[in-house]
Design a protein around this ligand. Structure first.
Ligand code: MG
Length: 303
């Protein structure tokens, strides 16, 4: 086993986190949050979503957010899109990357996007084609990879087929979502090994949720299986609106703390990201499911 000297973090709090919040967060506060996140050293940030404002009213201000942020040098600002129209809006607003999404579970995909997996893939192909022509990187999210609250067990072969379809249409990175937070380390490793046989060295990311407290254990499994990109959300914001009781994403500050303790660089300043997590909590007006945001002491004391 070879551990990497560095990994990348994709901060998804401003999109995945805020989309599920009941409280309205003002555009100016979203912009402040994103600017604070990039100031911590984060260089990949998913900042909003160009999907139907009716479906996700919390992110209806995506264009204003993109126009209002300070672009940190070297940072990549990504947005979620569901179809060609969303892609056009995202490109016009200056997104550096777009992310497309679907579920490995047919039932969850129907609930989440109101379409079959086959029909969703058909909507995503032109997005990938247009983005390739424009030189815009495309990330693909596959959710419910490790289990589904509606369908139960999700067969690895399904995940491999769907990821294969995304790879074939030109998606440059696939993020494997443990949407309901039920994955366990050997399952993570087996899934990644199976996918490698189909996808070769296509970059894979893990998008872990901490529902059952397994998030960081699964990060460790992913590291050993060769994963070098991890999604996380400041303060552990987020969850799936279609997953009752689903806890948030793993918290960025918890991930940063673990990586720092293991000597793996991620470019994020630990004390600064903890402060941003507390700022995020103030925006949503409830405590967050974060281990490190409220932990006392210096980094050395907590090591
Ligand atoms: Mg998530």
């Amino acid at each position: 086993m070879t551990l990497p000297s560095s990994v990348s973090i994709v901060e998804v709090g401003p999109r995945d986190g805020l989309q599920g919040e009941a409280r309205h967060v003002a555009t100016a506060d979203k912009i402040a949050l994103i600017n604070r996140l990039s100031a911590c050293g984060l260089r990949r940030l998913e900042v909003s979503s160009f999907v139907s404002a009716k479906a996700i009213p919390q992110l209806a201000d995506a264009a204003e957010v993109l126009a209002g942020i300070e672009r940190a040098p070297g940072a990549r600002y990504s947005v979620l899109v569901a179809n060609e129209r969303g892609y056009e809006s995202a490109a016009a607003a200056g997104a550096d990357e777009v992310a497309v999404f679907l579920s490995a579970s047919e039932a969850h995909n129907q609930l989440n996007v109101g379409k079959s997996i086959a029909d969703t893939l058909a909507k995503l192909r032109p997005v990938a084609r247009r983005a390739a022509a424009d030189g815009v990187p495309v990330r693909g999210y596959v959710s419910t990879v490790f289990g589904c609250s509606l369908a139960g067990k999700v067969e690895a072969a399904r995940v491999e087929r769907i990821c294969g379809e995304l790879a074939d249409m030109g998606v440059g990175e696939i993020s494997l979502g443990d949407t309901i937070g039920v994955a366990h380390p050997p399952q993570v490793q087996a899934m990644i090994e199976g996918l490698r046989a189909r996808l070769g060295d296509l970059p894979l990311a893990l998008h872990l949720h901490d529902t059952l407290g397994r998030g960081l254990a699964n990060v460790w499994a992913g590291l050993q299986a060769g994963i070098r990109v991890f999604d996380s959300s400041v303060g552990g914001l987020g969850g799936c609106p279609n997953t009752p009781g689903g806890a948030g994403n793993i918290a960025t500050e918890d991930l940063v703390s673990l990586l720092r303790a293991m000597g793996i660089a991620c470019g994020v300043e630990e004390e600064a990201i903890r402060a941003v997590a507390r700022f995020a909590a103030s925006l949503v007006d409830h405590p967050l499911a974060s281990h490190c945001a409220y932990a006392g002491g210096t980094a050395e004391e907590r090591a």
